[in-house]
Design a protein around this ligand. Structure first.
Ligand code: GLY
Length: 368
């Protein structure tokens, strides 16, 4: 056997063995490098799916995200396709004003969407930031992963890429989201020329008009399939009334999402700036790599946020964060956890054939 032929043979054999170890399809065989290792002992039978609470919303008017992911995994789809198609239900749902169609717009009344996906098998990722007029940014992010050599496309470039792949353009601003934005626009400052329609005897706007919705909301969903493969997605309309072009944590790999087949997967929702500044999801996965449980790893990331949150304008009078955020994690054994800075949050989990909301661990009791 010549040197080259022998090297090719050894590489191909090692790659095939690695594929068998991680349970990937032969189409990945040429691309995957030797590595991997033994599969961990599973803590749960069947697939495990973990994410933000809205993975379990929608009952009564549409299929829930988590049920769609379960259905697709059962049909033999990979975890990446399953989670992207699961969150697509929420992206299309105008009632969720934090994601996709019906999401709250930027300060100019334009909906700008961010999303990322990550595949634990080949450790690949794709993302879009500031994408306008496309209902399903997570599907576009998946195509960035699959059909480009890049990790992220933003703004006009992301829109052109989506158009090239045949995505339909549409107005993402629902009447409800437009009215919320208008309320915000007319009431957030008394030093501009916008005037709310209703004023009280003191010339102030009514409380009803001032009660505009505000959101850092997002959906994150990570899945571990029966072969031990992980994938995740995070998709959002981001911070409501943000500066045009603002990109949060959701499309940033290592912040709003991180997946490593050797360890686990993690995602986040909440104040993206704080998550970016501690590389949130990566921090969670690395804490799991050091041996922490998913719950403790999520708490460690929350604690890091608290310790690094040094600006007075972002603190309560006790020096705690005056904002919220949440982490969700699943390790490659199928153990899961979630944590938030403040009490009262829940995360979604599908384990041993049952979907449920689980109270998140927390650092501080929310003041009543
Ligand atoms: N976590 C969503 C955002 O900050 O955009």
């Amino acid at each position: 056997m010549s040197d080259i032929t022998r090297r090719d043979f050894v590489t191909a054999t090692a790659a095939t063995a690695a594929c068998a170890a991680v349970g990937v399809t032969p189409t990945y065989a040429a691309a995957i490098a030797p590595g991997g290792g033994a599969q961990p002992v599973r803590a749960a039978a069947g697939p495990v799916i973990v994410g933000s609470g809205n993975c379990l919303s929608g009952e009564g008017y549409r299929q829930r995200c988590i049920d769609r992911v379960v259905e697709l995994l059962a049909a033999g789809k990979g975890p990446l396709e399953a989670v992207v198609e699961g969150v697509a239900l929420v992206e299309a749902d105008p009632k969720d004003m934090s994601v996709g169609y019906g999401g709250l717009p930027n300060e100019e009344g334009v909906v700008e969407l961010d999303a990322s996906v990550m595949d634990g098998v080949l450790h690949r990722s794709g993302a879009v930031g500031g994408l306008q007029r496309i209902m399903h940014p997570a599907r576009v992010a998946k195509l960035v992963l699959e059909r480009t050599d890049h990790c992220m496309l933003v703004g006009e470039g992301a829109l052109k890429f989506a158009r090239a792949h045949g995505f339909e353009e549409m107005n993402l601003l629902t009447n409800e989201a437009r009215e919320a934005w208008l309320k915000w626009k007319e009431t957030h400052s008394e030093d501009d020329d916008w005037i709310p329609p209703e004023v009280d005897e003191n010339g102030k706007q009514s409380a009803r008009w001032r009660a505009w919705p505000f959101s850092y909301g997002t959906i994150n969903c990570c899945a571990l399939d029966v072969k031990g493969n992980l994938a995740g997605v995070t998709t959002t309309s981001g911070l409501s009334y943000k500066l045009p072009g603002r990109v949060g944590d959701s499309p940033i790999i290592g912040a709003g999402l991180y997946v490593d087949n050797e360890v686990g997967a993690a995602g986040s929702t909440g104040r993206g700036e704080a998550v970016i500044q501690i590389c949130g999801a990566h921090t969670v996965v690395e804490a799991m790599r050091q041996g922490k449980s998913p719950k403790d790893a999520c708490l460690e990331a929350c604690d890091r946020v608290v310790k690094k949150n040094r600006l007075k304008r972002l603190q309560t009078k006790d020096g705690r964060p005056n904002f919220g955020l949440n982490f969700y994690a699943v390790n490659n054994k199928g153990e899961h956890g979630g944590a938030s800075i403040w009490s009262g949050s829940q995360y979604a989990a599908y384990v041993n054939g049952e979907a449920k909301l689980v109270p998140s661990a927390f650092l501080f009791e929310t003041e009543k």
